[in-house]
Design a protein around this ligand. Structure first.
Ligand code: ATP
Length: 242
């Protein structure tokens, strides 16, 4: 592929997507997406239902091959690498239920995911609801509780890049705060965060940079200070100003 059809290389980015075109069968969903996430920063990808956010996460993690474009981790081209190789290089995707063992209890999952008793104790301290659900099988946890379980190993041993697809979807307010605090801590420890959200207000809280996706394209990007939640919601997300 010709270099000029790809977005510019961003020096120092932990994760970079350049000119990503991808879809399912004949249907093209992403039409050339450029995105860069530096270490220690949070980039929030905002977009209405069906905009292509989850598809972009799948491409970044190696679950879906792009038809064009490149994925770089720490400057190295990993486009041809399968998900486990990207995971070994420090990329972690935390959508609901992935990476967990749905038939095993919370406690059994944590025993597999975390090596030491200390790490497991810290996970229960941070997310007390997991302690209450200790004996419950992971497959029966709510989506938000599964997110917490998925985040526990990241907190014990931070990845280079964490992609979280709607990390607070369906969570009670107290749990939203716990997940947001965990994500903020990871960012402050140098993790490059790519967060996917559907609602502007939630998204802006953690974001350093906001990228708005519409119909498979990034249509607005800028620092959080320039992002006006009401205007973004009204213009791109189909939500009327209240
Ligand atoms: P949502 O927030 O609703 O998940 P999204 O922005 O994450 O939306 P995607 O899930 O990436 O959007 O979906 C983008 C488009 O791709 C939609 O039109 C969807 O129907 C289609 N799509 C998603 N997954 C598949 C799949 N496995 N096979 C075929 N089409 C798919």
């Amino acid at each position: 592929m010709k270099e000029e059809t790809l977005g510019a290389l961003v020096p120092g980015a932990a994760l970079q997507l350049r000119g990503i075109v991808a879809g399912y069968g004949e249907v093209e969903v992403l039409h050339g997406v450029d995105l860069a996430v530096p270490p220690g920063r949070a980039v929030t990808l905002l977009g209405a239902n069906g905009a292509g956010k989850s598809t972009l996460c799948a491409v970044a993690a190696g679950l879906l091959a792009p038809t064009r474009g490149r994925i770089l981790l720490d400057g190295d081209d990993v486009t041809a690498d399968p998900p486990f190789r990207r995971a070994r290089r420090g990329l972690l995707l935390v959508p609901e239920a992935r990476g967990l063992f749905p038939g095993l209890t919370v406690e059994e999952n944590l025993t597999i995911l975390l090596r030491s008793g200390d790490e497991r104790r810290q996970a229960y301290e941070r997310f007390p609801i997991l302690g209450q659900r200790r004996k419950q099988v992971a497959g029966l946890l709510s989506g938000g509780e599964q997110q917490m379980l998925g985040l526990a190993p990241a907190l014990a041993s931070p990845p280079e890049v964490l992609i979280a697809d709607e990390p607070t979807l369906g969570l009670a307010p107290i749990a939203v705060e716990q997940v947001a605090a965990a994500l903020a801590e990871l960012r402050d420890r140098g993790v490059a965060l790519l967060l996917v959200e559907e609602k502007a207000r939630e998204a802006l809280a953690l974001a350093d940079t906001v990228a708005v996706m519409e119909l498979g394209r990034i249509v607005w990007t800028g620092p959080r200070e320039e992002a006006d939640a009401d205007r973004l919601s009204e213009t791109y997300l189909g939500v009327a100003r209240v």
